[in-house]
Design a protein around this ligand. Sequence first.
Ligand code: ZN
Length: 361
Amino acid sequence: MYFTKQERARQKLKSFARKNFICKIIIAPVRGIFELGCLIGRLLGGNIKKIGVSFISVLLFPVFSSFSFGIEAPTEMTDWTIDFEVLDDSVFIADNSEVSTDEILQEVDENVDREEISLEVTVNESGDIAKEDLYYAEDIINGYLDSLGEENEGVYQERDYTRTYDDYEFEPDDWRLILINKSHFIPDDYVVPLGTIYGIHQCDERIIPDLVAMLQSAKVDGVNLSIRSPYRTSALQVLLYNNKISKFMDAGMNYLEAYKLAGQAVTIPGASEHEAGLSLDIVSDTYTSLTEGFGDTEAGKWLASNAHYYGFILRYPAEKEYITTIEYEPWHFRYVGVEAATVMYNENLTLEEFWEKYLEQ
Ligand code: ZN
């Protein structure tokens, strides 16, 4: 007698079930699945199109169901939309709205009247703002030279490798030395004398000549730096901080735990040097992310060993996290003036330690 493959399989299952009671129990669901398979097979009747459609439907089911259950792939970057108010040629952040980066840049160029526009920024894991606000040294230098006018040759300064400033008298009320950290908030009445570095980038205008000189010097040494997030309004700092807290809370922490941990990654609003216009996140043209790896790049090494000649310090060094309470940030540079920067570099001091040694008597 001739049996089809299916019939032979069915016979085997039946005979297995006849062995004993346990086999009977085991075989019941197996037979169910087997019969269902046979039924689907008969219905499709070898029609290749039907089989294809069924196969794709089965594949797509988990995709659609994950949407409906709100399961999302974890993302590294978060998009924020922030309102900017253009006052003359300055840009200030207010709150939420929806215009793209290109649009704001166009608006800034074409229209410097008082008008509200907005900018999409991308916030990365460390809470610092990403690519959209990055400018290359080349553009910053050229923009600055243009603003100086024709009679100026530039701001290039040869590094002075010999001066140690051992005899320099440091004053606690020197604007360059203001200590800003979690226990020294920026005073409410602190006014930042804002100047434009380039495009939408601003910082304390008094540090711009030294900044451009540093960019030029790096360029001469074959290092092309880029600048990100110099001056930040406190509104933006609040946004970055809250973003970090909600990320930690999403990961299962309670508010207090999240608040504490966020403080190690993003500076608490009011305690960020970015809000005082004295700090810049500096990367290179090829390594643009604010990650620890920047410290191992040519540009990261150049900055670590040359920034002090131009008055800048690596504010959060790796081995001083217990003093600064901020994780190692090889990209974050703070202006303190060439005298203090040189002393701090030579004596391996953080700004906290410098204050203790030279300014708190
Ligand atoms: Zn920074």
